[in-house]
Design a binder for this molecule. Structure first.
Ligand code: CMC
Length: 428
């Protein structure tokens, strides 16, 4: 029998407690702190940098080695060989589908791509210039009001149908946000297209013209969705889990994830990277701009990562895609893209970046690809949300089905005023 491993915590007053050490299949061991409150103390770990908030079987990251696996499969292999719906099946069910499972899954998603006609009326309540992420938070949350028949989170069939609805409808809702913003009519989904083709059709098609998807561009967006499909317990996924831990319905939970993703420190980085390229403006300013970075006046957006201290494996895939897209669209000599490639070249060869292991991250390349695809900057985070919806819902389902799951309730280190008595206003 395997020996039980323990860690001993001793307080300065001599009291101590033995805590089990748990091992996962990959990654560092964790100390199980659940018994610690027997000593009347808590741990202090703002932003959970040292805390595993759950156990999960979905995604594994090793930032030092630059590894990202979905259900054990390296992201590079999935990006190269798979498609987004197959990756969605994998994340949701734990295994790759066989041919008939894949066919059934794809068909099921297509069954749910339309939204209730009443839902389309929500858009009229928004200003035309509303940020599409504001629309996404509102409209995805509003889905809760349409599916009363399937909101019993303890029923596995209800959870499964809600997952299908979310995967299928979020692209439709996202494309409608874009159309509303630009004043073009909404495009109903067309089931002759693949999932990604359909999204591009709803974004860029009009009733006046036939839409012919470009396979290189479809492939690029397919990869962006695959690369963003899940990323372990990041801020938005943790938000989905925390909201879900109270028993909230999946549509409300995913809306909370979209809200968390909206922040510039999370989903907004590729938008910020593009803004930086526009601020630099011309390839002749790259050297001067990089010097400003080295003088610590500002940071190079799209470089470095909190977890990956090696090349982010998603960035390697996106880099190749970026070059393919620029070639296909004959944009290699475009001013902005030329500038981006020069910035990449300078940064990859400069000792400041090499010594600090600051590689271009996935957002640097995905921003360039999305811009080349004609997607406006304010839709970048929306695209991220479309890809991440499968990760959020897979993590939500895992959490709800987990026997150890309880309502999330972090504690605090209170540093406010000690007890004091109320003083009437005329005596203050
Ligand atoms: N440009 C210039 N210098 C940098 C950068 C950068 N982008 N990132 C880190 N550094 C320097 C930093 O100044 C420090 O230098 P020194 O040792 O001389 O003080 C050193 O590198 C280590 O920095 P750090 O702050 O300890 O690194 P971190 O791991 O805490 O920061 C980061 C990670 C992502 C916040 C940071 O790299 C950054 O601000 N990058 C730019 C913003 C960006 O692209 N964000 C998107 C990340 S991907 C998002 C996602 O996956 O969802």
């Amino acid at each position: 029998m395997e020996k039980k491993r323990i860690a001993t915590l001793t307080l300065d007053d001599g009291r101590n407690i033995e805590l089990p050490i748990l091992s996962g299949t990959l990654g560092p061991d964790v100390v199980d702190l659940r018994g610690i409150n027997k000593l009347g103390i808590f741990t202090y770990d703002p932003a959970f940098f040292s805390t595993a908030s759950c156990s999960s079987e979905i995604t594994f990251i090793d930032g030092d080695a630059g590894l990202l696996y979905y259900r054990g499969y390296p992201i590079e292999q999935l990006a190269e060989n798979s498609d987004f719906l197959e990756v969605s099946y994998l994340l949701l069910n734990g295994e790759l589908p066989n041919a008939s499972q894949k066919e059934q899954f794809d068909a099921k998603v297509k069954e749910h791509t339309m939204v209730h006609d009443q839902l389309a009326r929500f858009y009229n309540g928004f200003r035309r210039d509303a940020h599409p992420m504001a629309v996404m938070v509102g409209v995805v949350g509003a889905l809760s009001a349409f599916y009363h028949d399937s909101l019993d989170i303890n029923n596995p069939e209800h959870r499964a149908i809600s997952a299908m609805r979310l995967i299928a409808k979020v692209p439709t809702i996202a494309a409608m946000a874009y159309k509303y913003n630009t004043g073009f009519p909404f495009m109903y989904p067309k089931n002759k297209f693949s999932y990604v083709e359909n999204f591009m059709y709803m974004m860029f098609g009009t009733p006046a013209e036939d839409y012919i998807p470009n396979p290189v561009l479809v492939d690029a967006l397919e990869r962006i969705f695959i690369l963003h499909a899940d990323h372990e317990q990041n801020a938005s996924t943790s938000t989905v889990r925390l909201a879900g831990s109270s028993g909230a319905n999946p549509f409300a939970c995913i809306a909370s994830g979209i809200a968390a993703l909206w922040g510039p420190a999370h989903g907004g980085a590729n938008e910020a990277a593009l803004n930086m390229l526009e601020e630099i403006g011309d390839v002749s300013r790259v050297k001067e701009y990089v010097q400003g970075v080295k003088d610590k006046k500002y940071r190079l957006i799209g470089f470095g990562h909190r977890v990956y201290k090696n090349m982010d494996p998603r960035a390697s895939v996106m880099r190749q895609t970026c070059h393919e897209v620029l070639k296909e669209l004959k944009l290699e000599n475009n001013k902005l893209f030329g500038l981006a490639m020069e910035l990449e070249r300078v940064a990859l060869n400069d000792p400041y970046f090499i010594e600090r292991k600051l590689y271009p991250n996935v957002d640097f390349y995905s921003g360039i690809v999305l811009r080349a695809l004609g997607i406006p900057t304010n839709m970048f985070t929306v695209i991220f949300a479309v890809g991440r919806t499968i990760g959020w819902i897979s993590q939500w389902i895992e959490m709800v089905a987990d026997a150890e799951q309880k309502i999330g309730r972090p504690r605090q280190l209170y540093r406010g005023a000690v007890r004091r008595d109320y003083v009437p206003v005329n005596k203050r």
